[in-house]
Ligand binder design. Structure first.
Ligand SMILES: NC(=O)c1ccc[n+]([C@@H]2O[C@H](COP(=O)([O-])OP(=O)(O)OC[C@H]3O[C@@H](n4cnc5c(N)ncnc54)[C@H](OP(=O)(O)O)[C@@H]3O)[C@@H](O)[C@H]2O)c1
Length: 276
């Protein structure tokens, strides 16, 4: 059986990405982020997901350096923020992120949101960065099928990843199949429903049955659906227990119960209707 850090998926450019990582959205720059990343790395995480707009890249970079884990053993994602997309400052934005992280490259650079009139026109600028070698893979985030259909015809490089909100209440089946067909790895943000999982009766019942935490059940559902997961926590015990999902399996019946929870309900903004 695979375990945390060694369970990987191969991206469409041949590089590989750990299927489980730590998200740091809303983790404060400074001690909070540094502590969370440090504890995650100690626990065996090798994949960290940040973004320019989270304003904590510096602390992520610091924790990574302090860990002394060889850079090539880690997978670091950051994202191009909307303002830089609108202002055509793609290369500058990457260099700013690399300066903050104090890294020579990131493993994955994502277009954070599909910005009107820039959904496809941003892509050649991303491809340029990839060709220059300071990003090992390029992808998108919050792209619906119609956004991908706009981007793909003009693309030389197919996005390696699409990172979107996905959890038992928003299962994104159509988008998952579309991405699979196009060779785009599907990655979920908000895999713990931004904390809402604790209110879902079926998840609590299944957790009780398996003697697992509700978070582990929610994440294991994602893993068994081949979804890349980046749950966020800044608490050591949760960081450790959230990752302990590689040594048990949900039965077909229990997967079915969770698969039936889909209600197209978002915890975050809809990529077709946001104002930032
Ligand atoms: N691309 C995008 O637009 C986008 C948008 C949102 C997020 N993301 C990425 O995806 C990552 C994950 O999404 P998310 O942070 O929005 O939400 P999430 O991972 O679904 O949920 C995080 C929330 O759950 C809590 N939590 C974590 N483990 C728990 C446990 N075992 N028991 C109870 N509560 C627990 C956390 O609190 P504590 O920290 O207090 O434990 C936090 O409040 C982000 O951190 C970010 O890296 C990307």
């Amino acid at each position: 059986m695979n375990s945390l850090g060694t369970a990987k998926i191969t991206l469409n450019n041949g590089t590989s990405m750990p299927v489980f990582g730590l998200g740091v959205f809303l983790a404060k720059d400074g001690d909070e982020t540094r502590y969370a990343v440090t504890e995650a790395l100690k626990a065996g995480y090798r994949h960290i997901d940040t973004a320019a707009v989270y304003n904590n890249e510096r602390s992520v970079g610091k924790a990574v350096r302090e860990s002394r884990i060889p850079r090539e053993d880690l997978f670091i994602t950051t994202k191009l923020w909307n303002k830089d997309i609108r202002n055509h400052r793609v290369k500058e934005a990457l260099h700013r992120s690399l300066d903050n992280l104090k890294m020579d490259y990131v493993d994955l650079y994502l277009v954070h949101w599909p910005i009107e009139n820039r959904v496809s026109s941003v892509w050649p600028e991303m491809e340029e960065l990839y060709k220059e070698g300071r990003v090992k893979a390029v992808g998108v985030s919050n792209y619906h099928i119609h956004h991908l259909n706009e981007l793909l015809p003009a693309a030389d490089i197919v996005p390696a990843v699409n990172q979107v909100e996905c959890h038992p209440y928003l299962q994104q089946r159509e988008l998952r199949s579309f991405c699979a067909e196009k060779g785009i790895v599907f990655e979920s943000w908000g895999p713990l429903m931004q904390g809402h999982f604790l209110k879902v009766r079926e998840i609590l019942d299944i957790a009780e049955k398996y003697k697992r935490t509700p978070a582990q059940i929610t994440l294991r559902w994602g893993l068994q659906n081949n979804i890349v997961l980046i749950p966020k926590s800044v608490k050591k015990d949760r960081i450790i227990s959230n990752a302990d999902i590689f040594s048990f399996e949900l039965s077909e019946d229990d997967m079915e119960t969770l698969n039936c929870l889909d209600r197209n309900q978002r915890m975050g903004p809809d990529p077709d209707n946001f104002n930032f």
